[in-house]
Design a protein around this ligand. Structure first.
Ligand code: FAD
Length: 458
């Protein structure tokens, strides 16, 4: 309880007004979230400014004994690789603790996944998030971080950032603008004192004595703590890579190969034809196989999408069937009793989108008046309606996957701090870990929770 109170204070500290010494970050910004490429020399200017803020050395970082000593030969205390959701959260929390924090990213536009999240509205969290909403090598692993930075904390963070948000079905918290949300998170990290450097492609990282050394396309940097927040390869078109796993492996951490998660299903054969004809039709559905899930289902020109299908993709494997209830909680016999002389097609059109009802009747030869159906026939129709089964050919893969399954093996990490058990000072957070949430704000909540956990101790 005591811990949580101090954590809240850290967050509000990070909302303190921007100090003069940090204003360099905002000079000549070409557009929202776009940062100038900086040379190593520029970086040192930044360091000087930073140093002047912390130690009053007047911007003369080089040769200033106190600064040198305080930095233990490192350029900063905490170096975070990746300026995405988890990296920015970690940066704000670490910097608010007074840690000299540097965030490096190869992109010039930071937090790009946040900017496209939730179809441009950013499903920031889910009030019902718990460890059960995640696929993870150790199902207990997400518990500690989720309990320390909860969905309620995420909502409080939104309030602190003065971002309008509202709750939707299933506890989903949506912002009004994902772009605005990303900008607010960047501002928060900067105001807390973190420095962000774009255009810095990470090349390698290693331990050099008691500091970590990271080589990038714009020079090498050293820090006493290193946080890997490099995400996963979902949506490579916005700069997402699997590079974080390579770095993690170089430190001896175990890695499970990444696979696309939360991806639409691609159908083939007759079912693909049916999907094409129904393209754009959506309905609420319940998934029975490969695991229980529910939500909207959307027919696309190539298969099935929508939250229910994306969720199902988390545990689907090639060759397995997906079983759906197309009319959850509908009792067809009762519907027929209410209108016994209606055709089965019209009765189905009451409980399903019209085009779907009509195509199902055509495909399976369902016709005639409801009351005239034999018991066996009615059972067969009900069986299809509540247990509609199809075997996808594949998923749409990385370009349309909203998450990466697999990643850094959580067995090598502390669930409280995200720190590597065998490499003191090394932390892994966010999507890079083998922790993947369902559709509905769970993945961003994991980014906030894991980022805050590392930021509190790194
Ligand atoms: C289309 C889409 C919509 C989504 N919508 C939602 C939603 O509404 N709600 C939700 O909860 N989740 C959503 N997600 C998932 C969520 O966005 C991610 O889980 C979350 O952003 C992961 O955060 P992260 O910090 O771990 O990784 P990222 O946000 O991916 O950040 C990783 C950073 O590392 C940088 N990087 C990668 N490789 C290198 C390298 N070699 N050198 C330097 N930098 C590098 C990248 O540029 C990036 O900035 C969505 C995902 C997608 C793709």
């Amino acid at each position: 309880m005591k811990k949580r109170r101090s954590f809240r204070r850290d967050l509000s500290d990070s909302l303190a007004p921007m100090s003069d010494t940090l204003r360099f970050e905002s000079k000549r910004r070409p557009g929202p979230g776009v940062f100038e490429r900086r040379s190593v020399l520029d970086y040192w200017k930044i360091s000087s400014s930073f140093c002047s803020r912390r130690f009053g050395c007047g911007g003369q970082i080089v040769g200033h004994t106190r600064c040198k000593e305080s930095m233990h030969q490192a350029d900063c205390d905490v170096m975070i690789l990746g300026a995405g959701a988890s990296g920015l959260m970690c940066a704000a929390v670490a910097a608010a603790r007074g840690r000299k924090t540097l965030v490096l990213d190869h992109a010039d536009v930071f937090a790009r996944k946040v900017r496209i999240s939730g179809g441009g509205r950013c499903n920031f969290t889910n009030l019902r998030a718990s460890a059960e909403d995640y696929v993870c090598g150790n199902p207990h692993f997400p518990k500690s971080a989720l309990a320390r930075f909860t969905p309620a904390d995420a909502v409080e963070l939104l309030r602190g950032l003065e971002l309008p948000a509202h709750e939707e079905e299933g506890g989903k918290i949506f912002c009004e603008s994902a772009e605005q949300t990303a900008e607010a998170l960047l501002g928060r990290a900067r105001r807390a004192g973190a420095r962000l450097l774009g255009g810095a492609a990470i090349q390698a990282a290693r331990r050099d004595g008691n500091v970590f050394r990271v080589d990038t396309s714009v020079g090498s940097f050293r820090a006493s703590s290193l946080v890997l927040a490099l995400g996963g390869p979902a949506w490579p078109q916005i700069g997402a890579t699997a590079f974080g796993c390579k770095i993690a492996r170089s430190f001896g951490l175990g890695v499970t190969q990444f696979r696309p998660g939360l991806a639409p299903f691609i159908a083939d054969g007759d079912f693909r034809k049916l999907c094409r004809e129904l393209s754009g039709v959506s309905l609420p559905a319940r998934v029975a196989e490969p695991h229980a899930a529910e939500g909207g289902l959307l027919f696309t020109h190539s298969g099935l999408s929508g939250p229910a299908a994306l969720d199902a993709s988390l545990s689907w494997r090639e060759g397995r069937a997906v079983v759906l209830d197309l009319a959850p909680d509908v009792d067809l016999a009762e519907k027929i009793d209410q209108n016994p002389r209606r055709s089965i097609k019209n009765i189905l059109a009451q409980v399903l989108p019209k085009r779907l009802a009509s195509l199902l009747c055509e495909a399976y030869g369902w016709d005639g008046v409801g009351a005239d159906l034999s018991k066996k026939r009615l059972e067969a129709i009900e069986g299809r309606l509540h247990g509609f089964s199809f075997t996808p050919a594949k998923t749409a893969g990385w370009p349309q996957a909203e998450a990466a399954l697999g990643g850094v093996d959580v067995g090598a990490l502390s669930s409280k701090t995200m720190g590597a058990k065998d490499v003191p000072g090394l932390y892994c957070i966010g999507e890079l870990l083998d922790v993947t949430g369902r559709v509905g704000g769970f993945n961003l909540q994991w980014a906030w929770s894991s980022g805050a956990a590392a930021g509190e101790v790194a």
